[in-house]
Design a protein around this ligand. Structure first.
Ligand code: SF4
Length: 371
């Protein structure tokens, strides 16, 4: 199969077609109507692994509460995680928080316009730096997210896995050529929008695509065969137990030390199918309980693992009082602290009430969630 090269002349025409299509078809989204650097930054971080319609209400609430890097930097991590609660992938919130603090400490509160300065911020990768630089500041920098990777792979009928270094470099070079335009932010967003709305993973709508004339995969008649990614491995099954001790109406949750939920509130979790014994509870969590009662099970799928979690409650006799080890409070107050999905699922099973029934289900670009 021959991989295509798009000449500069053809690239000019392709960009014009893209920009015209985008002008007529772009969705109205809150970060597009006012592409200020902080708004672009927050939106791009939220959009990683999460669908646009899920992000919109979170974005509006978050920006209203934290209207600048300084206002975020001056908040506590608990406040930030609480505002992020329900969006999942909490490491994104921590990265944004770290980036905002660096803006205050090293840039006097002003977001820099240059790619290199943006890229040097904690938690800011090529993608986010390219988005802020091109969309907010009009710099000729490429953006390669999952949607753009797919569109570009199809345009040139890319041979091989686009995640491998040579292919990745080749797509980035093409993205850089495309962004070398009088309106780089617009052409970049047009590529992303095309990937989201037309050039979908399984059923691309080539008949209405503005760039099909230049598309190698369309010419071959097999667009859905690109990108040539290796099949995704099925998540590995894991058995876990989750104990949530209670005292009256209050439930105790542990501050997680594991990488999966670092710093977030989770049940006292141990691997296996049997609830932990008294010695394990004391040594791992500082807990003393009695009357351990099995409640049922929940399943929870993460990026690489599928968890089968056996849930128990117990009467709480003793627990560590430091908030760094855990928190004892009513379910309503615990939910207000911002809990990862595994915890809300377990609480729903224990209380019989869906912890967050009105929240939109976070459908992901790259399922499933790490939280
Ligand atoms: Fe994607 Fe089809 Fe357009 Fe090619 S022609 S970019 S495969 S939608």
């Amino acid at each position: 199969m021959t991989q295509r090269f798009i000449s500069d002349a053809r690239l000019d025409a392709l960009r014009d077609a893209l920009v015209n299509w985008y002008s007529a078809n772009a969705r109205t989204l809150p970060w597009r109507s006012d592409p200020a650097p902080w708004r672009v930054w927050v939106s791009e971080v939220m959009l990683q692994q999460t669908r646009v319609d899920t992000v919109v209400p979170y974005f509006e609430r978050f920006i209203e509460r934290f209207d600048s890097p300084r206002s975020l930097a001056e908040s506590t991590e608990t406040e930030v995680l609480s505002a992020w609660a329900g969006l999942g992938y909490y490491q994104r919130a921590r990265s944004l928080y770290a980036g905002a603090r660096a803006i205050v400490e090293d840039h006097d509160g002003e977001i820099p316009s240059r790619f290199d300065a943006l890229r040097a911020l904690p938690g800011v990768g090529d993608y986010t730096a390219g988005a802020i630089a091109s969309i907010a500041f009009g710099q000729r920098e490429p953006i390669v997210d999952g949607n753009v990777e797919r569109v570009l792979s199809r345009l040139v009928a890319l041979n091989g896995d686009p995640k491998r270094a040579p292919q990745k470099q080749s797509l980035r070079t093409l993205a850089r050529r495309i962004a070398d335009h009088r309106a780089p932010g617009t052409v970049n967003q047009a590529m992303m929008e095309l990937g989201a709305m037309v050039c979908s993973p399984r059923t691309p709508r080539c008949e209405v695509c503005p760039v099909k004339t230049w598309c190698g995969a369309w010419a071959l008649g097999t667009p859905e065969k690109f990108p040539q990614s290796p099949p995704r491995l099925a998540p590995t099954p894991e058995n876990w137990t989750a104990l949530v001790p209670h005292r009256g109406q209050a439930l105790w949750l542990a501050r997680s030390l594991t990488q999966r939920w670092t710093g977030l509130l989770v049940p006292a979790m141990t691997s296996g199918t049997e609830p932990p014994d008294a010695i394990t509870l004391r040594s791992l969590f500082g807990l003393e309980v009695r009357n351990v009662t099995p409640i049922g099970t929940v399943e929870h799928t993460l990026t690489h693992a599928k968890l089968f979690v056996s849930i128990s409650t117990a009467e709480l006799l003793d627990f560590p009082t430091s908030p760094m080890r855990g928190v004892l409070d009513t379910p309503t107050k615990l939910l207000a602290l911002g809990l990862p999905k595994i915890t809300t699922k377990v609480l729903a099973k224990i209380t019989g009430v869906d912890a967050n029934p009105s929240s939109p289900k976070a459908k992901r670009r790259r399922p499933p969630s790490p939280h």
